[in-house]
Write a protein that binds this ligand. Sequence first.
Ligand code: AKB
Length: 376
Amino acid sequence: MKPRARPPGADVGDLSCGAGEASPRRLRALAAIRDDARGRAPRAALGGAQRMKILVTGAGGQVGLDLIRRLRERGHEVHGSDLLERPKAAPRDLPWHRLDVTDAAMIDARFAELRPQAVFHLAALLSARGETRPQLAYAVNQTGTFNVLEACRNHGVGQLVFTSTIAVFGPGLPSPVADAVPLLPTTMYGITKVAGELLGDYYFRRYGVDFRAVRFPGLISATLPGGGTSDYAPLMYIEGLRNGRYEAFCRPDTRIPMMYMPDGIRALVDLAAAPRERLSRSVYNIAAFSPTAQEIADSVTRALPEVSITFAPDPRRQAILDSWPDAIDDALARRDWGWAPEYDLDQMTTALIPEVRALLQATDTDVDETPAGAAS
Ligand code: AKB
């Protein structure tokens, strides 16, 4: 069992514990921090009835708008932020802010201006794109997460919810993979997500920032994906409906954990709202189904017999997929906060097809299949 979160300002005393006499400058700094800590509202988390002010980073990516919709349905005041312009699909009355998570000063200014009570930190470069630009992936995923944690600490943010991933696992683990196993990923994305998990847990224990994370499987939704290695799954639906055919960049026997987006969103929000004392960890595995790529193709073509799905494995992306687990053990999430997925593969296919049709009617944007590009 991890130690409980310390109250706001509990870290302040640590500064005065150093050996030797404090300089006047140090005393002034301590007084300022104490005053600030006294003036802060108590740290808040999503569990109560309270309407909260929530900032979502990376809100223009695959998860952002679905998460924002759910948080607004629950009555929260939500602000989206991203490097990208406001997406066309975003609600008109959603406040949207430009935010580059690699820029600590910009984050600090935004947090000072908005004073969020909780943050959902989604901004990241995904695995395939991260392998084409590892230095950028490090800057966005690792430095960006550190910057966001620092801003949470400095501005009294109660809760930080983080999206981790099955990419934190490396090859050779027993299946299904449990939460607490050696984390030896082979991609820059996986390495930076491991660091994000560890940093977040450190900020929880050291500064009382209520850090929580789920390790997402490949997510499937009616949103144009970009830069992920699991993208072949949503693309079977999107390209299948748009062009009548799709050539997947993996072998048909590739098997990784997958999840329909509504289950993923529910996991994020339910974990954020769970009583902290029920949680035995900060970071949780979650699972839904683990089909082979061929099984996903079969589910698509059972529903859409006119669609043809073929396979032409790309060695670099196949190597990433082969390094990930084929199944996840989510027993702790089920026990601690009642996690359970609602959709299996065919239920997802039935729900997803009309959503993808609507997406294609609303947009003529090309899918970014090349794993290169800017952070989102
Ligand atoms: C990716 O493919 O990089 C992501 C993930 C599994 O985290 N979808």
